[in-house]
Design a binder for this molecule. Structure first.
Ligand SMILES: *[C@@H]1O[C@H](CO)[C@@H](O)[C@H](O)[C@H]1NC(C)=O
Ligand SMILES: *[C@@H]1O[C@H](CO)[C@@H](O)[C@H](O)[C@H]1NC(C)=O
Length: 411
């Protein structure tokens, strides 16, 4: 049975939507990015409600499985796109499906593994698959014809599979890809909890101390959840958890609740690099040495976080520690929705100490914009089949355009 708190969170969605409808003409939408965008303000209200559900009640929101989402829903909504994708919806192993499986692929051809977000308790949303497919469509045709994409269908803690079950499942698929089938060009794209999974998995691989380990070649992290449990000191003026309260999908209350024995981690201590690097008290830059994804000059790392996200400080702190990125020293919050390359991006080519690094702070961006607010691009691409990357608005599709550019270089 759904809990009283869960029912309240669920019922608050239509209620808050109603309030939004009534007040929108007078006070505008939610936060800053969508203050003049009614549809995206409604979406934000819905996501806030969903993410505020007590974790065990998440199962009442997970109305369809990944199998149904991929094979039925997306297939129905995006027939035009799906029919161009070889191997779409085929199963790879017990916990993954191909979105694209190139025929006659060679082990050195790139596989992009999509690790979806949702706090480890919410299932993949249609918008997340839509954005992955929009990215695929825009990648340079020469790169695209070799690119396969796999979606990890990990089990959720709302169905009783507490962390680190998901990490074990990724490990199983990754071992099959690399150890059994000798694929050498694995790339991760992960949003939110999926970004956490991508990062902590690098630590798991490092910990194996196996000289034969093949690390992911490139990783793309979208609003990665690098610190699972925020400290109370972060809910203070000047900190992103505090300053962005009410602007973002997530708030301090959501992830600080129900600890220390929270339903995502169970008895797992967050103070560990292979769980939650931001909660790792004694972590240091050298903890990331030996991970070729971050240190080999032919690898590349892409990170994006929103200026108006509560996770902003955590993400930038992680990029400072693991990748020596100086953006965390800047003060944010005053962009006025204008991109300033110096302040909102950091780009470094690969060198003998480091992988290539690209970090972006999206002006007024909220949590996981790429997968929740840029997904309508897929429909536009279907209506305008001649569009290429240069036809896409770089402010409206801030994340997707930059990810496509990254992939065109990195793959
Ligand atoms: C870096 O990666 C390239 C290509 O994957 C590989 O050939 C090379 O051995 C790696 N270098 C080091 C120092 O591991
Ligand atoms: C980020 O790093 C700075 C400097 O090391 C530290 O003062 C700050 O508390 C950190 N913020 C968070 C949110 O961990």
């Amino acid at each position: 049975m759904i809990s009283a708190h869960g029912l309240a969170a669920l019922l608050s969605i239509p209620l808050k939507t109603l309030v939004l409808i009534v007040l929108y003409p007078f006070v505008g939408g939610i936060g800053r990015k969508f203050s003049k965008d009614f549809i995206n303000s409604v979406k934000l209200v819905i996501f806030i409600g969903g993410i505020s559900m007590p974790i065990p009640d998440g199962k009442y929101l997970n109305v369809f499985s990944n199998k149904f989402l991929i094979r039925v829903l997306i297939n129905y909504l995006h027939k035009k796109t799906v029919k161009t994708l070889p191997g779409y919806g085929e199963r790879y192993d017990e916990q993954s499906f191909w979105l694209v499986k190139q025929p006659d692929r060679k082990p050195s051809d790139p596989i992009l593994v999509y690790l979806h977000g949702g706090g480890y308790f919410l299932e993949t949303m249609p918008s997340q698959v839509q954005s992955v497919l929009a990215i695929q469509k825009l990648v340079d045709p020469k790169k695209r014809e070799k690119l396969s994409i796999l979606l990890l269908d990990y089990k959720l803690c709302s169905s009783g599979y507490q962390f680190p079950y998901q990490r074990h499942q990724l490990h199983s698929t990754y071992q099959k890809l690399t150890k059994s089938e000798h694929n050498t060009n694995i790339n991760f794209i992960g949003d939110s909890a999926g970004g956490n999974l991508a990062v902590i998995y690098l630590q798991l691989l490092k910990g194996l101390k196996d000289p034969e380990t093949i690390f992911p070649k490139n990783i793309i992290l979208i609003s990665p959840w690098v610190k699972i449990v925020p400290d109370s000191s972060q809910y203070q003026p000047g900190q992103s958890y505090y300053d962005n309260d009410g602007r973002d999908m997530i708030n301090y209350y959501i992830f600080s609740r129900e600890y220390p024995e929270n339903p995502i981690l169970g008895k797992t201590d967050p103070n560990a690099l292979e769980v939650s690097p931001g909660n790792c008290i004694a972590s240091k830059p050298s903890d990331w040495d030996g991970i070729s994804t971050l240190r080999n000059s032919s690898s590349n790392v892409f990170v994006i976080v929103g200026e108006d996200e509560v996770f902003r400080d955590d993400v930038l702190n992680w990029t400072t520690e693991a990748l020596d990125v100086p953006l965390g020293k800047q003060k944010y919050g005053d962009s006025n929705n204008v991109f300033d390359a110096k302040k909102h991006s950091y780009i470094r080519k690969g060198n003998d100490k480091s992988a290539g690094v690209q970090v972006f702070v999206e002006p007024w961006g909220v949590h996981d914009s790429v997968f929740f607010f840029e997904n309508d691009l897929l429909g536009k691409l279907e209506k305008n089949p001649s569009w290429t990357l240069k036809d896409i608005n770089r402010d409206r599709y801030f994340g997707i355009t930059r990810i496509v550019e990254f992939l065109n270089d990195a793959l």
